[in-house]
Design a protein around this ligand. Structure first.
Ligand SMILES: [Fe+2]
Ligand SMILES: [Fe+2]
Length: 400
């Protein structure tokens, strides 16, 4: 957990994530405080406030006061958060790959094998939902099915957190999302990864993933009903046009209705955002239009409400000519989210993303410093934004 403390509370053994002075203005690099000399050096360089990570180093005494950390005050915290989210995302994809390989081979999977990656994602989403979502939107993986299941889980947990679900409810929702397409492991790989349009019989085979998945899950130990509902009903549509059973309206279980919305949102983003045909805002707009006919309106509204007008991970061109990635929606002023700048005004790339709040005004005036000009597609910017977002390391060194 990250805590904001004053320099008076700093002791050797603590792990410093950031300070109120840029590391560039300090004579050493981060992060673990080795001894009292390191504390004294920080004082000499006018450090008055710090953010520490209590999982990596000593904590402050229980009775001592600390303050919630606003990452936007500390760019290093954002880099650290992105690094952690990237790590959790990679780990979750690796664990999901292991689960799916086991299913492909006809082996049993234990509840623990599923609980572990979901728990990891819950911890990260509770700690820092925005960077987790940014990473999941922008990090493209060759293995679509693993990536899709992890991304739907991250989206589900992001939504669940915004609805104040309990940890147990988050666990159920996250597991449902992670396992919803498990039946695809039993569909021939050449059909799953076939580029271009599928013929009728191939499409029929893909559709069998729902029943195959439900059959597999029903043999697994300790699978909650809601997880089954998610897997069984995520391709059903309110008007009865879905599959496999063509259920209508409330015949479709609630977790299936939420699952359908999350599943389609992620699929549309990944099918279209990379190719430039539709950005996350337009996907949400389209889903809102279709809500009521195909999708549960309450579920669509809940997703729109938590993702905002410009969902985290959306790429923007600003009137300053800078390119930015949406980091945190602004629910009070939807067109002025908090963003991460990835280029300067002249188009050159920053080494690390630079936080900026679009509500900021030019000094002494009420004129906004930056305003959104347009949403950009990943194809238009012609580079991988993750090269900037991923330009950080989890490795720290001792401060001495
Ligand atoms: Fe599916
Ligand atoms: Fe899916």
């Amino acid at each position: 957990m990250r805590k904001k403390i004053s320099i008076d509370q700093l002791i050797p053994g603590m792990y410093v994530v950031s300070t109120n002075r840029s590391w560039l203005q300090l004579p050493f690099f981060k992060k673990r405080i080795k001894d009292d000399r390191a504390v004294a050096k920080l004082r000499e360089h006018h450090v008055t406030e710090l953010v520490i990570d209590t999982e990596k180093g000593s904590d402050i005494p229980i009775e001592a006061e600390s303050f919630p950390v606003d990452p936007f005050e500390y760019p290093e915290v954002i880099n650290e958060n992105l690094a952690r989210s990237n790590h959790v995302h990679q780990q979750a994809i690796a664990r999901t790959g292991e689960i799916m390989d086991a299913v492909r081979k006809g082996e049993d999977i234990t509840p623990d094998a599923v609980n572990q990656p979901v728990n990891m994602m819950i911890d990260q989403i509770l700690d820092d939902p925005q960077s987790m979502l940014c990473v999941s939107v922008l990090k493209n993986s060759d293995e679509f099915t693993f990536n899709h299941c992890v991304n739907v889980a991250i989206l589900a947990l992001f939504l669940g957190k915004s609805l104040n679900l309990s940890r147990r409810q988050l666990m159920v929702l996250g597991k449902g999302a992670l396992l919803h397409d498990i039946g695809k492991c039993m569909v021939p790989q050449e059909i799953l990864s076939k580029p271009g349009k599928l013929d009728k019989s191939e499409a029929e085979i893909i559709r069998t993933h729902v029943d195959r998945g439900v059959k597999y899950l029903s043999k697994m130990r300790d699978v909650p009903k809601e997880v089954m509902d998610f897997a069984r009903d995520h391709h059903e549509r309110l008007d009865g046009s879905g599959y496999p059973r063509g259920l209508v309206g409330e015949q479709i279980a609630w977790h299936g209705r939420v699952g359908a919305v999350l599943d389609v949102y992620d699929s549309l983003i990944h099918e279209n955002y990379y190719k430039g045909s539709m950005d996350p805002s337009s996907v949400l707009e389209k889903m809102t239009e279709m809500g009521g006919k195909f999708y549960d309106e309450k579920a669509v509204k809940a997703l729109v409400d938590c993702l905002g007008t410009y969902p985290p991970g959306t790429i923007l061109m600003l009137d300053s000519s800078e390119i930015a990635i949406v980091f945190e929606p602004n629910y009070n002023n939807p067109h002025r989210p908090r963003v991460l700048l990835i280029t300067r005004e002249d188009g050159s790339f920053f080494e690390h993303p630079v936080p900026a709040d679009l509500t900021e005004t030019k000094e002494g005036t009420s004129v906004y410093k930056r305003t959104i000009l347009t949403v950009m597609s990943l194809e238009e910017i012609a580079f991988d934004p993750f090269k900037i977002l991923g330009n950080f390391s989890l490795q720290g060194t001792d401060i001495s």
